[in-house]
Ligand binder design. Structure first.
Ligand SMILES: Cc1ncc(C[n+]2csc(CCOP(=O)(O)OP(=O)(O)O)c2C)c(N)n1
Ligand SMILES: [Mg+2]
Length: 307
């Protein structure tokens, strides 16, 4: 994807296939096979663009790009992997092995449809539902597992909650837990790229609920004012049935999880490092106080985190 390429949505009624519509929260939404720019709100519900009908056949008049069999198989394979990751992490969270979960539900397909057009040079500021983008660009199951277990192989030194992946190598910002904060940051990243005359694209994601945050509106406004291109992708929720798991990927993922669980956690000192080159007195004090507390209550301290 290059700057200047934009997704367009049709707004005219004659384009809508009223016979096939989807139940979105609030109202039924018609489908459209055509994309157009919408310059301002017409007050009508924006139709949903799609290229396949309910039975999986191409809808006449759609514009689509035929991918090679090799790419299609790879897309399918990473989608299956994501589904397995999702199911297993759901079970791990239910068993208390990891503390946080973002269930991907129906969002597996749309991650690929978009990320396959995102080159590795593009910058992604995710919500918390897009590990598929990393998977597509070659992030390993072991790397996902290390992050979830916060062990010492985790690139973020175990400081973030599970599922808050990030990878500098893949230009993939660490997931922001606070809803919508990634959006104004995306505008800032786009501005920085513009200053550097770098034509990489910035892509950021948000949930439908997140659009009620002030940050959402600020981000759109910033983007216009500072004249930068950001692709904003909004997920709408829905349900999906689980299907059969693919045995081989499941096995690989379980091995990665076991190894991540066994790998030592980063030492306690890591909690206080990195932000400042020389630890300021308040942090030195906090660290000292934490170590004293641990000495006093050793039974309450996690035995696998080195002191
Ligand atoms: C600023 C902020 N408020 C509340 C939360 C708690 N929270 C986490 S997920 C979530 C629901 C978000 O809904 P939506 O934006 O639609 O995302 P999705 O449905 O895709 O998960 C809420 C309220 C949060 N993380 N950050
Ligand atoms: Mg939502």
């Amino acid at each position: 994807m290059k700057i200047g390429e934009q997704i367009e949505l049709a707004s005219s009624d004659e384009d809508n296939d009223e016979n096939q519509a989807s139940d979105f929260p609030g109202e039924r939404v018609a489908f459209t096979p055509k994309m157009n720019f919408i310059s301002q709100s017409s007050g009508k519900r924006i139709p949903c663009y799609r290229v396949l009908d309910d039975d999986g056949y191409n809808i006449a008049g759609t514009i689509y790009e035929q991918v090679s069999k090799e790419v299609a198989v790879r897309m399918y394979s990473v989608m299956v992997t994501l589904q397995i990751m999702d199911t297993i992490s759901y079970k791990m969270q239910r068993q208390g092995q990891i503390i946080l979960l973002s269930h991907l539900k129906q969002r597996r397909g749309n991650q690929y449809s978009i990320c396959s057009s995102i080159s590795p040079d593009n910058v992604v500021l995710p919500q918390y539902h897009e590990p598929g983008v990393l998977l597509w660009h070659g992030f390993f199951l072991q790397e996902f597992s290390n992050q979830c277990f916060g062990n010492k192989a985790d690139y973020r030194k175990g400081r973030h909650m599970p599922m808050h992946y990030g990878s500098q190598k893949h230009n993939y910002f660490t997931v922001s837990s606070s809803i919508a904060t990634q959006l104004p940051q995306a505008a800032g990243v786009a501005y920085s790229l513009k200053m550097d005359k770098n034509d990489a694209c910035v892509v950021t994601y948000i949930g439908d609920g997140g659009t009620t945050e002030g940050d959402f509106h600020d981000a759109l406004n910033f983007t216009v004012i500072i004249e930068v291109t950001v692709t904003f992708i909004c997920h709408n929720d829905g349900d999906e049935d689980e299907s059969e798991l693919h045995g081989n990927i499941r096995k690989q993922l379980l091995q990665a999880i076991q190894l991540a669980d066994k790998t030592e956690k980063p030492p306690l000192a890591n909690l206080f490092s990195d932000v400042y080159e020389d630890k300021p007195p308040n942090l030195q004090e906090q660290e000292k106080s934490l170590r004293e507390t641990i000495k006093k209550h050793p039974q309450d301290y996690l035995s696998d985190v080195p002191l």
